[in-house]
Design a protein around this ligand. Sequence first.
Ligand SMILES: [Zn+2]
Length: 467
Amino acid sequence: MSAVATTRSVLTLTPHPLQRCGAWAAARLAGRAEPAAVTPDDLDAVARRLIDDIVAVSSLPKKTPNPDWWKVLFALYPNAKPTHASRTRDPKTLRALVAGLFAPDSPVAHSLPCTFCSAPAAVLWAKSHLPMFDTAHAVNTLPPYTAGWPVCRGCRVALWALPYGAWVTAGSATVVMCANPAVERRFVARNITRAERIQQLGFTGVPAGASAEAVTLAALRAHAADAPVDAVLWSFKNDNEKPWLKVSGTRQAAGRLLARIEAEPPARRGWHRLRRALAHPDRDPGGYAAIARTLFVDEHGSVDRLLLALHHEFTDPPSDPVAADGWRRLARAYQEEMYDMDVSRLGPARQLVAAWIMAEHNPRGRFNEYVKAARNSYALHELLVEASARLFRDGEQPPDITGIAPTLLSGGPDGWRWRAQLFFEVVADLVQAKASIGRKPTDDGNDADDEIGDTIRFDPHEEEVYA
Ligand SMILES: [Zn+2]
């Protein structure tokens, strides 16, 4: 027999996205930096907290509307004893039922390895207690000869600490997976604060305009100086009828891009303005959720949302050259970080298009032509030929665009990105040259707050937005 006894931690961080989020949450609720640091006493304390919170929302009389925290639990565990519609409302009975869920594993002869962390487990769980798992009738997906999935006590606590660490709504939950544990920890810490707010005040007590993407981006930004990592979001609903799972993520370069936006005031200004432009008065007053979404790619492969959003906003350009330059620089930072684009190659094409538009007494007409052509390689080709010919006829030597034309006019996504960048460059040049192409000088926003760091740092109201 070996003399070395291996001591196993009572809580393990596993690669399973839901267990992982719950393990971080349980550690945080225990006041520990890591799941591995959680002691048996800590685990008892976290279990007591879960039991108290569950009983508090599940034992209200039938006539009382269900509190929002109950809705959160119901979305994750619709068939569990404390969330079921026909549950007992007697706090004492309910408490005993809930406590049973987190009771220590009794040392039995035939314990099985935990489904998540492979620690010895004597309790079998299925769909009603494990979000996104099958019922115990799904014999094909169950471990052989068992009537459920073995789950150890630490993982049982983690799976029910999940709603504290996830971004929750009344019907769904979102967890983050990131190679940098500090990002996951931060995401969970934010959500715990929010969960406590939901428990006290309901969803009306948490500010509108935040989102799982925005919280993830804030965490990525806080660790942007570390090695670049990507982050993947798993959003799901554990519905009886129509459960769903959506996966979306950022690319690794998003971390570098965020660091650069932090470091470059013009790009930061662009980010800040785009955020405001994307704001929605009720849903997303600061635009935080909308701008965060521009850096995520979903399973349908919608990419480069940031460029699309900028393109959309730029079609009616701002009259302020500082604003136009900020947006152009944001696009540049994006193209350089995400695609390693050498933007200087656009120089001749940029000069040609701007010169052609400004040669007209009223440049708005030609600018509108360019807006239409900028989206399409064939139309842009025609416009560039026409612009060269016009300049030549007017006695000017048109810039030589033969170096960039094949790239710019290619039909693939690369060509689109180059044409988009050309558009941002040309518009910013025109606004700088005071060509009357855009909207009247109205509300271009007030950038005073940019100077005090109201950037992707999510501004002085950060705690407000995410608390
Ligand atoms: Zn386990």
